[in-house]
Write a protein that binds this ligand. Structure first.
Ligand SMILES: [Zn+2]
Ligand SMILES: [Zn+2]
Length: 370
């Protein structure tokens, strides 16, 4: 143990010493760049800038070249920082960060204070120093946008955008808060923060389309048509997915979800023409919905207190012959129903008590017959 600890201390020392040498060398490079800048090396060699010249000439990354050129130009104007770099008190990376802070208008005491922060902290301090003019604000506002772009078959969407400061903070806080409300999965499984926020965004979108989101039991699900290409389905067991009418291409999980929540009509296509049409699967009747909601009194998953978008779920899946019989239905919140069961593949343990259900992970079964 002692040997191991000593070894790590020695390696740390060696690492620190190397970093000092790297900083020394970068400093010397910065002096050279400063001299070459003065004789307009970029212009005389046909480069657009000194950064471009350093990048192309010495195979240096653009970020490193930018730091080098920036330091070369600013070090002579900030003698105290330069002195501390030469004295090996500051690494080259910290020197560049402090120079950026100084250029942003920080006073001497702020610069001294920055030495007690990590490099990310110095970056944040620098961002706060920058003054935002009316022109900057207007430009940020003009450049605001949000888009949701589907891939070619609409089976996934990429969401991106730029929001002005206050609106963006509001959005981030709301997404964070909503994501944190979503429950953890059993067996120690957790969603990542990004996954929780993606689910939160969908929930927020649903609420804005349907203001009944927090009612005891929302109404019957949508009635949709699902098109299945029989030429492909016959050959692959339906793995190629299917298309929802006027909507995205979906896979077996979403198809099961549609069957559970609404009435679905399957339309078989051959060569693009409808050749078979199922009877529209009946949605759960309002009377049975009310009965099940009243019987369960909330999400039946053990420990769950969420009352968000309570819905009946078929314990034996519809695609496996499960009926609308109340014995086969259990009330679940939106997260446990849509995320945990239909998208993440967990199942209700049929042996768990009716009002204290457990979720279990079952092996991935065959795709539902469509
Ligand atoms: Zn369901
Ligand atoms: Zn729940």
């Amino acid at each position: 143990m002692f040997w191991h600890t000593r070894c790590v201390v020695e390696m740390e020392e060696e690492f620190r010493s190397m970093e000092e040498q790297i900083s020394d060398l970068r400093n010397r490079q910065a002096v050279l760049v400063n001299d070459l800048d003065k004789i307009n090396i970029a212009g005389s060699t046909g480069s657009r800038s000194t950064v471009e010249w350093v990048t192309s000439r010495f195979d240096v990354s653009k970020a490193n070249a930018s730091d080098l050129v920036f330091a070369a130009r600013e070090l002579k104007r900030h003698r105290r920082i330069e002195h501390r770099l030469v004295e090996r008190v500051l690494t080259f990376d910290r020197t560049v960060a402090m120079l950026r802070l100084a250029v942003a208008g920080a006073d001497e005491s702020t610069l001294v204070h920055s030495e007690s922060l990590d490099l990310a902290g110095v970056g944040r301090l620098t961002a706060r120093q920058r003054k935002i003019t009316r022109k900057d604000e207007r430009q940020t506002f003009q450049e605001r946008f949000a888009v949701a772009q589907p891939n070619l078959d609409e089976s996934a969407w990429r969401v991106s955008g730029v929001l002005p400061g206050v609106g963006g903070k509001l959005f981030a806080d709301a997404l964070c808060m909503r994501g944190d409300e979503l429950r953890l999965l059993p067996d120690g499984d957790t969603c990542t923060r990004g996954q929780r926020q993606a689910d939160a965004l969908v929930a927020m979108a649903m609420d804005s389309l349907d203001r009944t989101g927090d009612t005891e039991a929302s109404g019957a699900g949508p009635s949709v048509s699902v098109f299945v290409n029989l030429n492909e389905a016959n050959g692959t067991g339906g793995e190629k997915g299917c298309e929802v009418e006027y909507g995205p291409r979906v896979g077996p999980n979403t198809l099961e979800e549609l069957l559970c929540t609404g009435s679905v009509q399957i339309i078989g296509l051959e060569d693009g023409q409808p050749v078979v049409r199922s009877r529209t699967s009946r949605a759960i009747s309002p009377a049975i919905r009310r009965f099940v909601a009243n019987r369960d009194g909330g999400c039946t998953i053990s420990g769950c207190t969420s009352r968000y978008r309570l819905e009946p779920h078929h314990i034996q899946l519809r695609s496996h012959g499960g009926s609308h019989d109340p014995e086969n239905l259990t009330t679940l919140c939106w997260f446990h129903h849509h995320i945990a069961i239909h998208q993440q593949g967990l199942r209700i343990d049929p042996d768990s008590p009716t009002l204290c259900r457990r979720l279990i992970r079952t092996p991935v079964g065959p795709d539902p017959p469509v």
